[in-house]
Design a protein around this ligand. Structure first.
Ligand SMILES: C=C1C[C@]23C[C@@]1(O)CC[C@H]2[C@@]12CC[C@H](O)[C@@](C)(C(=O)O1)[C@H]2[C@@H]3C(=O)O
Ligand SMILES: O=C(O)CCC(=O)C(=O)O
Ligand SMILES: [Fe+2]
Length: 336
């Protein structure tokens, strides 16, 4: 189980741990069971043989790098983040700072086509096509995984989870994070400063859980992502080996609430210590604003009594923007 309530300070030990790998070419029943097991234990797993075309991925990576290579003045035209748009260092509205720049986009085609004019002046319609293709592939992959979760949990309505993000009014997001390479002298100074390399490490995106139902993350081959996992000696940060051919799936707070706490929302962070720049492309599968989040009846039993009040995504989203990145938002809805 991933420990979610610990303060980020004091959790600096780094551990190697084998991350669960789900091969989507396995027999469906087996894959569904393994997905549920990974979500219960870690709220995190890697997906291979996912069927997403390399072209779709590399086209978005190219567009992202084209954008991040523009001058600061050109990039600022797609900002400031409100919270959508281009941002540098500032995350959210409550003072969180990260060592990164990013583009946060709604996946709604009309938002993308409007924003494309400030992101890719030379060819906005190509940018729209590339983003829409990637988002379409992520929506398909995330929905398929959620259907398998529904099957693995034995829900009466197997599409009960996936239909939230298949809904035409879904509030899903796409985030492109760019962590610039650290300079040679910075790297050497940090190495010389301490025997414990994690102490001086530069945090790119601080510890948090994702608020949505499901996150699908892909990065280039530069390390940085870490998940917080429990161990007999307490919580440990586990570095995730980058694999540009795979996707990493993270359970979000809504998945946790919908399953009455049975499936985890994994706490994670991204470090920015590399001599090469890191690019991550992240899809957040999100329900419509009006969607009501209550636990599936199958997950509430005398042994597992109800843990959270019900709420709408709109209410949760409003609360989350009033909180810091690292706060535990679900605590607001916990039944005592
Ligand atoms: C500080 C914040 C940034 C964030 C909204 C929040 O108030 C708390 C959650 C943050 C997060 C983490 C996951 C995603 O990157 C994100 C887009 C999201 O939905 O919740 C960010 C928010 C953001 O950067 O706007
Ligand atoms: O960039 C990454 O690898 C992780 C960032 C992240 O967790 C997020 O944007 O929510
Ligand atoms: Fe995240």
């Amino acid at each position: 189980m991933v420990v979610a309530s610990l303060e980020p300070v004091g959790v600096e030990r780094i551990r190697a741990l084998s991350v669960p790998v789900i091969d989507l070419s396995w027999r469906r029943e087996r894959a569904s069971k393994m997905i549920v097991r990974a979500c219960e234990e870690f709220g995190f797993f890697k997906v291979v043989n996912h069927g997403v075309s390399e072209d779709v991925v590399s086209s978005l990576e190219d567009e992202a790098m084209k954008f991040f290579s523009l001058s600061a003045r050109e990039k600022q035209q797609a900002g400031p983040p409100n919270p959508l748009g281009y941002g540098v260092r500032g995350i959210g509205f409550t003072g969180d700072i990260g060592e990164l720049e990013y583009l946060l986009l709604h996946t709604n085609p009309s938002f993308i086509s409007q924003k494309a004019h400030s992101i890719c002046k030379s060819n906005p319609s190509e940018f729209c096509d590339v983003v829409e293709e990637y988002v379409g592939a992520m929506k398909e992959l995330a929905s398929e995984i959620l259907e398998m979760v529904g099957e693995g949990l034995g829900l009466g309505d197997k599409q009960g989870l996936s239909k939230f993000i298949r809904d035409s009014e879904n509030d899903s997001l796409l985030r492109l994070n760019h962590y610039t390479a650290i300079q040679e002298d910075e790297a050497n100074a940090s190495k010389a400063g301490s025997k414990d390399s994690t102490r001086n490490a530069r945090v790119g995106f601080g510890e948090h859980s994702d608020p949505q139902i499901i996150t699908v993350l892909r990065s280039n081959d530069v390390p940085g992502l870490q998940i917080l996992a429990s161990s007999p000696e307490g919580p440990v940060w586990v570095p995730v080996q980058p694999d540009p051919t795979a996707f990493y799936v993270l359970g979000g707070d809504l998945l946790r609430a919908l399953t009455n706490g049975r499936l985890m929302s994994v706490r994670h962070r991204a470090m920015a210590n590399c001599r090469r720049s890191r690019l991550s492309m992240i899809y957040f599968g999100t329900p419509p604003l009006h969607a009501r989040i209550s636990p599936f009846p199958e997950t509430v039993t005398p042994q597992a009594p109800r843990r959270y009040k019900s709420f709408t995504w709109a209410e949760f989203k409003k609360a989350m923007y009033s909180l810091r990145l690292g706060n535990n938002r679900l605590d607001l809805y916990r039944l005592r």
